[in-house]
Ligand binder design. Sequence first.
Ligand code: NAD
Length: 437
Amino acid sequence: MSVTFLENFSAQTSETKRKLVAMQTGNSESIRQILQNSLPSDITLAQRFESFSENNLGLYALPIGVAPNFLINGKLYHIPMVTEESSVVAAASSSAKFWYKRGGFKSVVNGREKNGQVHFTSEAPSEYFDSISEQLQPRFYEELLPHVEGMESRGGGVKSWIIEHRPEVMPNYYRLDVRFGTADAMGANFINTCLEVMGRTLEQFVRENNPDSNTRVIMAILSNYNPGSTVTASVSCPVEEMITKGATPQEFSERLVMATRIACCDVHRAATHNKGIMNGIDALMIATGNDFRAIEAGAHAWAARDGQYRGLSEAHISDGVFHFSLTLPLTLGTVGGLTSLHPVAGAVLDILDNPSAEELMQIAAALGLAQNFTALRALTTLGIQKGHMRMHLGNILIGLNATREEHEKVSEWFNDNTVSLSAVRAYIEKLRENGAK
Ligand code: NAD
């Protein structure tokens, strides 16, 4: 394989891009065909997918499944999930079933405020910026007007702003901190537009009124850390109803409390604990066309909000009742971005009865809590590998090109035996040897 510099690549057609990239491999025609075949036969649809990102070569398929029977705030949902990890949908479904019989999930949105900052430097003292805020407000208002009218009509817009001196970061560093409402949109593009307008307006205003202050905008950008946009999902039931294999209800409840305590204090456990929560939330964010990187960044920043990275969920027992909850920020949308452009995301939102952004936050938090519950249940009772590896068995069998008959025999054998790649391979080899005799 010889990799060469691709001159003027972005100007080529998709067809040529596929050829050029495939030619860099030792297997050019087959690679080109795989990429070509990954596109849908419907040309309009193929063009739509190609338009989503630059230098498109084709489509990368992931399975979409559904975790049925989620009772959230008294309403039933079947939650579509896009994930490649074999145990994730099964875990969510199992938790949904468990809590359906115990009153379901409660999910409450605590706030919907987003934020962004204009970062700038100035030699003017902080008192100067305090003194100009009254004059700046109408200037901001005037310049923002054409950009915020639509959002204001939906109840969103620029809600408040403040200029803060942060000399601990850099001697002349200031930050214009702005709060936004973005209704049913995630709002990243709206926020960034407003911030750039505000940055230009601020720079212009200070240039006119205090030209010697050398005031310069460094950058204007939304924050993916949104402590004002959190949601809390919770479940509870009498301890005696915490029935599971491998532990008594009391033991099981106490182990869950200890498991969340460990995740709260031990970063090694917290990272994995939260990864499990995000297994569910990301799968729904991808299915609905949301920006899961933004959701991830926000969740992890929130998990570290007091300086120590902690688990996102909490469990306790009081007066004989087990309580389990999850709070995290979710800046998602049900309009805008890919939500309205990806045909499958549209279908997913239909399956969820076209929720508002607030309702989707509630669903996502419940799903994250459900995922966490099943993971902790397995971890604190029978161990995670038994269920996990059984789910993974299908992937192992695909990798070993197992026939349907081999599939059935292997599944039966590994009902009572520990699954591992080497054990499955050895068992299949034995089956094939016996078959050949
Ligand atoms: P968008 O640019 O598609 O804008 C959504 C628009 O929908 C709004 O501006 C509004 O005009 C319209 N709208 C219609 N009905 C609405 C309703 N009921 N409520 C609110 N708006 C309504 O999308 P966006 O939400 O501004 O930005 C999301 C996109 O930005 C995502 O694709 C994300 O990946 C991307 N992005 C993210 C970051 C980041 O997270 N750091 C940065 C830049 C861009």
